[in-house]
Design a protein around this ligand. Sequence first.
Ligand SMILES: [Mn+2]
Length: 342
Amino acid sequence: MSHISAAPSIHALKGATWKPQVDEFYSCFTSKDSVLITIDPDPDAIGAALAVKRLLWHKVAAVSIGIIRQIRRLNNLTMARLLRLPLISLKSLDSIKADKFVLVDGQPSHNAFFSRLDYTAVIDHHPQTQDLQATYCDIRPDYGATSTIMTQYLRTAGILPSQTIATALLYGIKTDTRNFERHTLLEDIDSFRYLFEFADHNTLRKIQISDLSLSDTKFFNRAFSRKHVVKDRLFAHLDEVPSSDILVEVAEFLLKIHDINWTIVSGLYQGNLIVIVRNGGYRKDAGRLIRRALGSIGCAGGHQSMARAEVPVGRLIGIIGDLSSTSIERFVRRRLSPFRKY
Ligand SMILES: [Mn+2]
């Protein structure tokens, strides 16, 4: 449920009222410390970690950012590459050489890796799930992003963000608030507005649109050549696909066609027929459509503008006889036809 807080404190928006927190945070470290910031690398965590690294720069002997898993999301890989992010893969606890640990955008209980470290500081915006042992804790569950909190720290410390840090923080806020469509405070918008002039918007745009791999393009080819339009609905069956994500990518892309109001893209994945439905959302209900069409033979559900169904191929063969492209295409088209009466 998205909401905008009605009454942020006026001081919070001036960006300089977090001095007690920032002073206390700094007091946890000495110039001899070697500090490791650990993150589960999503954009908000990465942005926040870069800000902590910047805050501690020249204040401690060494500070680095360790990621507890490989980055898989293509947007995030693009971010790490284009911004040349100094991220270290943490393979095992034994390989870690640091005296102090900082956790941002997460809590020790979120992950087995985190839970084994003694943190000096934890800064997060998820609801607190357990008593925290860290010397310094700043948990603000009402905030849309940890990057918002860290932007306030930088401003309070009088540090202007570099282009790299501003771009990462901005992307962190955009991602976690889903462009302010999701849980958002005025503080998030204020940090966003502050970072805006420091960020590299060309790089940010490339990061945001980079969600395809070269090998995905063959499924677009398939969709273009096999598309079948019935009234304002576009159908495309793509046969075996390497993940259901590609069906979503194709369905959302084809919705760009101005007079297509529904895209219905299907494929076979791990023994299931997956059907993805997207629509313009206005006075339509993709979830209801797909439940009526396929709910009786598989699991089907969704919201107004997006829905998905999975039908085990065993059941499908029982209904249509075989798994040829033509049979499946016809089956999906018949079930989701605009002329079908329910
Ligand atoms: Mn977050």
